[in-house]
Design a protein around this ligand. Structure first.
Ligand code: BMA
Length: 322
């Protein structure tokens, strides 16, 4: 894809020169912002499930599609998911969808902004027009959740990020399992936020759903650094065991993607790159990462799966693969 002029070879992700690919002005109606999309493929086209923040401040999810995943986006406001205003669980909107495809079914795990704080909910669809709501999976405060596309010994796996009462000790990524997508248990910490001066100290959360690779489950996660001028959201990588995803095989020491361009540095929340979806293309190596920039617009960056795995293997974290 045509890259941004400023992307040098040492960068693992190459930004698309046409970023942002979608913004509020692209909507026929007046909306505040469009960001943090889930991503998948439907009938050979790229489909983004956009978080659209209305001028009320509340968000809903709207479909946009494109033939090549980069240009020619068509927004379809008849498809997507609206919050249920008649229930407490979605009182203040729905946000940040992560899409996991299993066969012809798309499982969308999203954040419900409930009357009691953010929680994790699930809805199922085949066409992003007709939906089966599966209800709340985990109570507040919890978010940044996605399903694995595989069943582990008869159990579904879900990565999520609860905020416990003693969250001063760190907001970590957790893993839970369920036999039926309703009852969740076997809950344990999966990846801890680091401490001190690290880029991912104190608060981390999953980005897009895990991708299965020859070396295990690849994770992209965000780390939040608090600075004098606000929070900086940057991305790191981790790798989990294919059969037992509670085993962390590798984790990047350094962040691999962070806010840099003007559209990432200025907006409603400056200094944020926040991906909820990525798509591995048919060559098995090209990976498109779809992310919200500055909580205002939607962007895409490209990388190579092999390059991400090589990066993880070369990390000095002591968790390297052999
Ligand atoms: C997180 C989520 C995201 C948002 C990010 C930066 O907590 O709420 O939706 O993009 O903060 O504001």
């Amino acid at each position: 894809m045509p890259m941004s002029q400023r992307d040098e070879n040492r960068e693992i992700y190459q930004r698309f020169a046409g970023n942002p690919i979608l913004r509020a002005a692209d909507f026929p109606s007046s909306v505040n912002a469009v960001f943090n999309p889930g991503a998948t493929e439907v009938n050979g086209r790229t489909l983004l499930l956009l978080r659209v923040e209305h001028r009320s401040g509340l968000s809903s999810l709207v479909v946009a599609t494109s033939d090549n995943g980069l240009t020619g986006w068509e927004i379809d406001q008849t498809r997507g998911l609206q919050p249920r205003s008649d229930v407490d669980e979605e009182r203040w909107g729905i946000e940040d969808p992560r899409i996991t495809r299993i066969g012809d079914d798309y499982y969308v795990v999203y954040v419900g902004f409930s009357a009691y704080g953010p929680l994790v909910s699930l809805a199922k669809t085949k066409d992003f027009e007709h939906w089966e709501r599966c209800g709340v999976l985990l109570p507040p405060e919890d978010k940044d959740a996605a399903l694995f596309p595989t069943i582990f010994n008869g159990r579904w796996g879900l990565i999520h990020r609860p905020v416990p009462a003693m969250s001063g000790l760190g907001k970590h990524m957790w893993l839970s399992f369920s036999p039926d997508l309703r009852h969740w248990g076997e809950t344990r910490v999966l990846l801890e936020a680091r401490l001190g001066g690290y880029w991912d100290a104190n608060k981390i959360g999953l980005g897009p759903p895990p991708i299965l690779t020859k070396d295990g489950w690849l994770l992209c996660y965000h780390g939040v650094r608090e600075t004098a001028s606000g929070s900086l959201y940057r991305l790191g990588l981790a790798l989990l065991d294919r059969d037992d995803p509670s085993k962390v095989l590798a984790r990047s020491n350094d962040w691999v993607f962070g806010p840099r361009e003007p559209y990432e540095q200025s907006g409603d929340v400056p200094g944020v790159v926040f991906p909820c979806g990525w798509i591995l293309r048919d060559d098995g190596d090209t990976l498109h990462l779809y992310y919200g920039a500055a909580d205002s617009v939607v962007c895409v960056a490209e990388t190579s799966l092999a390059r991400l795995l090589d990066h993880l293997k070369a990390e000095p974290s002591g968790l390297g693969l052999n």
